[in-house]
Design a binder for this molecule. Structure first.
Ligand code: GDP
Length: 389
């Protein structure tokens, strides 16, 4: 599936950077173009894989290239004012070659949180291609303002996109890692999941042919129009020397030759992917739609395994709308990606909203009382002091 990536804000830019990095290594060609948008010049300079010619600095007259300081209303405003600059960069790319847009942002900050829904709305207005969002939730310990930003952005962003894939930093952070190193490995994990999913159907340049290919329309139909998605992933290294190109191309013998090992490997991988750590933890029962992609050397991509895994996922989720297919790659790993779309039982979103409501109430109360408190502080009562002017 061919995508145009648009990263907004620091997290958005870095995740797009990681996706381009993944794509360059895997050589699957799923990224047609990558654009980074920011209000902070320094954040754009930090990107390695999005060249300056594909970067847009918005809000320059208002914030002078220094960012919006986690003010997502300001992020939305300045992005809306300069959205023409973003759209003219999109206009340069061969839109007829892409299957969809993916707008990426961290929802807890200012620029991405406010700007991503604005850019998504404009893209949907102009183009007929689907516009998907990738929204990153802040970790719990980032505090009330980040949580409030994320809750406000989430409800706006989900309304403006065809589907919002969610990644929860809280479920993924590791203790004992510096923030930067931590984000680096989180972004690589996220890029791998999205990379395998969106590369399906694009091939890996080896010429291997899929038995039951996952094409762009299957991903688009799984994402559907509206709602929230989450992605699971599991991989295993094959216990054998890496084979040459010939065996990769021969393919399709998995069920006949290995006495069911390939079938079992795939069913257990898909279970691990769906029941393990999802990009956003949720109850998978009740999901509306699902897609299973199994990637690996074609001689171990058991069709029967994928069929069984699909049936298992139908039972677990309670929906019949589970698609599935394989994605042959020249690798010594077999990986399963499970995309679950239309998930509604998400405790983390409810928790985020509860903290956001409390934060909003607290901020309003403080704002109201602070005017009176300042009067109290400055006032000298009956002993009048004359102001200067
Ligand atoms: P913005 O530049 O104003 O949009 O704000 P940031 O993108 O810096 O931060 C928004 C939120 O994104 C933060 O609260 C973090 O939760 C998260 N974040 C920042 N950088 C990264 C990153 O590289 N990876 C991930 N996964 N999350 C990030």
């Amino acid at each position: 599936m061919k995508l145009a990536l648009i990263g907004i804000g620091q997290a958005g830019g870095k995740v797009v950077d990681a996706l381009v990095d993944y794509e360059r290594q895997a050589k699957t060609g799923f990224v047609v173009d990558a654009i980074a948008v920011n209000t902070a010049r320094a954040d754009l300079r930090g990107l390695r894989n999005v060249p300056e010619s594909r970067q847009v600095l918005v809000g320059l007259t208002r914030v002078k290239g220094h960012g919006v300081g986690a003010d997502n209303e300001l992020g939305a405003e300045v992005t809306a004012e300069d959205v023409g600059d973003v759209l003219s960069m999109v206009d340069d790319l061969p839109v007829h070659e892409i299957d969809a847009f993916l707008v990426v942002a961290g929802l807890g900050g200012g620029t991405g949180s406010g700007g991503a829904p604005v850019v998504a709305r404009e893209l949907k207005h102009i183009y007929t291609e689907p516009v998907y969002g990738l929204g990153i939730l802040p970790a719990r310990d980032e505090g009330g303002i980040y949580t409030l930003n994320a809750a406000r952005s989430l409800q706006t962003f989900v309304r403006e996109v065809d589907n919002l894939i969610v990644f929860d930093n809280d479920a993924w952070r590791k203790t004992g890692e510096s923030l930067e190193a931590g984000y680096g490995s989180l972004n690589a994990e996220l890029a791998r999941r999205l990379g395998v999913l969106f590369s399906a159907g694009e091939g890996d340049g080896s010429g291997a042919v899929a038995e039951s290919v996952v094409d762009a329309s299957e991903i688009i139909n799984t994402l559907g129009s509206g709602g929230i998605s989450t992605i699971g992933y599991a991989a295993v290294e094959l216990d054998r020397p890496k084979r040459g190109l010939f065996s990769r191309l021969s393919g399709g013998k998995a069920d006949a030759e290995d006495g069911g090992d390939s079938t079992n490997r795939i069913t257990s991988l898909v279970r691990r992917a769906a029941l393990g750590r999802l990009t956003m933890p949720c109850e998978i029962a009740g999901a509306e739609r699902g897609l299973v992609v199994v990637a690996g050397p074609s001689d171990v991509l058991s069709r029967r395994g994928i069929e069984r895994a699909r049936t298992w996922l139908e039972d677990e989720t309670g929906t019949m709308e589970i698609r599935g297919g394989d994605y042959p790659v020249g690798s010594n790993f077999v990986a399963a990606v499970v995309l679950l779309s239309g998930v509604y039982d998400v405790p983390r979103v409810k928790e985020l909203q509860a903290v956001a409501i409390e934060t909003q109430r607290d901020m309003l109360a403080k704002r109201e009382s602070s005017a009176a408190s300042l009067d109290d502080l400055i006032s000298t009562g009956d002993d009048h002091i004359d102001p200067l002017f």
